[in-house]
Design a protein around this ligand. Structure first.
Ligand SMILES: Nc1ncnc2c1ncn2[C@@H]1O[C@H](COP(=O)(O)OP(=O)(O)OP(=O)(O)O)[C@@H](O)[C@H]1O
Ligand SMILES: [Mg+2]
Length: 457
């Protein structure tokens, strides 16, 4: 892949200035184009799509500030740096008001020129990045997405709405995997006064510990070997908006301490920085682990837990709200009808029964996946049991032996036997993963891993 070099357009009628700028900028590996007049400059901006414009204040055919205005109108994100002969203060003020990024005075000083250009380009890149984030988040979110008509969900959504509209700056979402923590986090942002600002999410377990701190808080130039430039972290980028810290339980203890300090003061330092930076954002933390237990095991700081636990929202597992099962199924069928361009009418009666009797250890996500899979294969108007995952066809938990009996596997291949044992253990434990892990004699993490492997996690 060849990368396009950063292109700078110089609009200046002074040939000598253009020549000297070209020498300097090409030496810095920029791609340089020139225009002598305002009109030629606007044409060049159109043809060349530069990344930055250096614009003289006095042009033969127009005022620099007027050309600036034209440029800003057509390309609001294009940074423009003004060049002024003898700091005519009024012109400079006008130019800044009209959205020039900065100005440099002639004679042009190398260091000033270089820094101004670099800052202008960085600011433009950051703006673009933020715009992209915003677009992604807005596209992702459709507010009518939450299905929940059982009393426990109706009550929960009422509470979520109140929290969203309140000034509460910290929210804790707890619930098993697949219960909708991501969805609720986005909903809280969307229902809050912060909805126009950014919603940024980070999965604390997905990022290596040594990178997580700088990802969260940013760093100063020179903070470590690779820190060639200053970088802003998510906490700074999400200012005014919402930061979603997913899988909070996997934060290391030192980082927990830093997060606590941030939550208590609303200030932080970039890595390698001395200055405290103030921000105003809402932090939503989520976990599928039992934080109180982790506190007892000294894997999670108690003081951080108390700080997070001011506004706890506990998402019920799907087995605790069976009346939502069929509405959810209907919702996902409609969703995949659109996506796959199909016209499935619903679940067959016998499939409905299976849905209602199954424990759904993977909660809403598992149900969604089951529907997706069935809809790929189903050719009739209604989803029949044959395309549903095998585990749904196994007898319900009421038929399972008392939980003291260890799960058995019979004469199956090893992976099949393992799968069967896991499924059986989950059923015996009525979907409770800690209990299932205990029955199998493995850790909860190992069970989570196995569930992922067999597409149940
Ligand atoms: N009440 C609901 N109505 C509609 N869709 C839902 C609902 N709850 C969850 N979903 C959908 O189910 C899927 C899983 O939900 P989500 O990713 O929010 O779960 P999670 O709790 O964050 O899971 P994990 O702990 O694995 O990250 C998503 O596609 C989500 O949109
Ligand atoms: Mg999630």
């Amino acid at each position: 892949m060849t990368m396009r070099r950063t292109r700078i357009l110089i609009i200046d009628d002074d040939r000598l200035i253009r020549w000297s700028l070209r020498q300097k900028l090409e030496a810095l590996a920029y791609d340089v184009s020139e225009a002598e007049t305002g009109a030629a400059g606007l044409r060049a901006a159109q043809d060349l799509a530069p990344d930055l414009v250096l614009l003289d204040m006095k042009l033969p055919d127009a005022k620099g500030t007027d050309i600036l205005e034209e440029l800003r109108k057509s390309w609001p994100d294009l940074p423009v740096v003004m060049i002024t002969a003898f700091g005519v203060i009024e012109d400079v003020v006008t130019a800044m008001r009209r959205g020039a990024y900065d100005f440099i005075a002639k004679p042009l000083e190398d260091a000033k020129l270089q820094n101004t250009i670099r800052h202008a380009l960085e600011a433009a890149a950051l703006k673009k990045k933020i715009a992209a984030y915003r677009e992604i988040e807005q596209k992702k979110f459709v507010p009518d997405q939450i299905i929940g008509q059982t009393p426990v969900m109706v009550q929960l959504l009422g509470m979520v709405r109140k929290i969203a509209e309140s000034e509460a700056s910290i929210v804790l979402l707890q619930g098993e995997s697949g219960t909708g923590k991501d969805l609720i986090a986005q909903t809280i942002h969307h229902w809050s006064r912060r909805r126009e600002a950014l919603f940024l999410a980070i999965n604390c377990s997905a990022i290596p510990e040594n990178l997580l701190e700088s990802e969260l808080f940013g760093y100063e130039k020179g903070a470590f070997t690779d820190a060639k430039h200053q970088k802003r972290g998510l906490v700074e980028l999400a200012d005014e908006g919402t930061l979603f810290l997913d899988e909070i339980s996997s934060l290391s203890l030192p980082l927990q301490a830093k997060l606590l300090r941030f939550l208590e003061t609303n200030t932080f330092k970039r890595v390698g920085g001395l200055r405290d930076i103030d921000v105003d954002l809402r932090v939503i933390a989520a976990t599928n682990q039992d934080l109180e237990r982790l506190c007892r095991e000294e894997k999670f700081r108690k003081d951080l837990f108390y700080r997070l636990n001011v506004c706890p929202v506990n998402l019920p597992s799907l087995s605790e709200r069976k009346d939502d099962i069929l509405p959810l199924a209907g919702y996902f069928i409609a969703h995949y009808n659109k996506k796959f361009n199909k016209n499935i009418q619903g679940l067959e009666k016998s499939a409905e029964k299976l849905f209602l009797h199954y424990a759904w250890p993977g909660n809403v996500r598992e149900l969604k996946n089951a529907i997706e899979r069935a809809m790929i294969f189903e050719e009739d108007a209604f989803i029949s049991p044959q395309y549903l995952p095998i585990r749904l066809n196994e007898p319900a938990s009421s038929a399972s032996p008392p939980s003291s009996d260890a799960p058995s596997a019979g004469s199956l291949s090893l992976p099949e036997a393992e799968k069967k044992m896991v499924v059986q253990a989950l059923r015996q434990a009525r979907g409770n993963k800690s209990e299932a892990a205990r029955l199998l004699g493995i850790s909860r993490d190992t069970l989570r891993y196995k569930l992922k492997k067999i597409n149940l996690g």
